[in-house]
Design a protein around this ligand. Structure first.
Ligand code: 8YV
Length: 313
């Protein structure tokens, strides 16, 4: 049996997969680095499946050479790949298995913003019956920041499903852009007429606070910012000021610099036109099953010495 430690949040997201994976003994483990490292040593494990936590030292010291850190998901900004490589540890992720879920979540946030669904629902729960006039998505312009797998999936839904005009921004124009009406390598051009701007870029050193006060000022007045990517790419205090000062219409955020959310200098929770969800973009039954299976497949390939079959990051 291949022993695998799975961080508790991820284990619980796909418990039925981890409990019934033929050939694997999957054990739930703490998500914090010290607790996870201790569990690895106690279980003499060489394979772990982890979520989005940032791991900086003890994890890499606990896993033996030839072991695997398998991300339950795509973004791997929490993994120190260089440190892992130096210790002969493989790191993998699960590309392509959560695109629909995250894209649908982004579209849902656009709809929620456009029709004030979150505040209307909250009002009703509080005995407030208040009609709020929103906008149709049909004919509106959607700016997509980052035209990779998820960005292109959002474009398809927005264009074919809602009749939106889709404008893409990226540093280079890739292929499969058939659902984009326009594309610009210039951020200002891509967002200046956008009623909604959705972010789908990775959290890397070059994208830290990519959405800053300058870029927010380039957005259309009344436009909404949607973020289902990573909190690191948005300057949250600049966003607070842009919404507070009505430079933009509002923001729908599923990811934050600190998760669970802790305000930077200014508290986004105090703004009516900021919608906040707890990093649920890929939290669907289907995506969690696929992330679990893909993570186990990567570990199985490593255990069989089939390195070329792994989604190495
Ligand atoms: C998390 C994500 O991995 O894939 C990503 O980059 O942020 C998410 O899918 C997942 O929520 C961890 O449980």
């Amino acid at each position: 049996m291949i022993k695998v430690l799975v961080t508790d949040l991820e284990y619980n997201k796909a418990k039925h997969i981890f409990q019934n994976a033929t050939g694997f003994e999957c054990i739930s483990a703490p998500s914090d680095e010290a607790g996870l490292a201790k569990a690895i040593r106690d279980e003499q494990a060489e394979y772990v499946i982890v979520g989005i936590n940032k791991y900086t030292k003890e994890l890499y010291e606990a896993i033996p050479a030839g072991g695997v850190i398998a991300r339950f998901g795509v973004g791997h900004d929490g993994i120190d790949k260089a440190q892992a490589k130096a210790k002969g540890i493989y790191c993998t992720n699960t590309p392509g298995v959560l695109d629909d879920s995250v894209a649908e979540c982004a579209i849902g946030m656009i709809l929620t913003a456009g029709r004030h669904l979150a505040i209307c629902a909250a009002d009703n729960k509080n005995g407030v019956w208040k009609n709020r006039v929103g906008v149709e998505l049909a004919g509106k312009t959607l700016g997509i920041i980052g035209c990779g797998n998820i960005g292109r999936k959002v474009a398809k839904i927005a264009k074919l499903g809602f009749g939106m005009k889709v404008v893409g921004y990226d540093i280079v124009k890739g292929s499969n852009m058939e659902n984009f009406d326009d594309f610009y390598p210039d951020f200002a051009e891509a967002v200046k007429n956008a009623d909604f701007v959705t972010i789908h870029i990775p959290n890397i050193p070059a994208t830290q606070n990519f959405i800053n006060s300058e870029r927010l000022s380039m957005m259309k007045k009344g436009g909404w910012l949607i973020n289902t990517a990573r909190g690191g790419v948005v300057d949250e205090d600049a966003l607070f000021d842009a919404v507070k000062n009505n430079l933009i219409g509002g923001a729908a955020l599923d990811v934050f610099k600190k998760e669970p959310y802790i305000p930077q200098m200014k508290d986004l929770r105090t703004l009516e036109n900021v919608i906040m969800t707890p990093h649920i973009g890929s939290s669907t039954l289907e995506a969690c099953e696929r992330m679990a299976i893909s993570s186990l497949q990567n570990i199985g390939s490593a255990d069989a010495g089939k390195i070329t079959e792994m989604d190495v990051i």
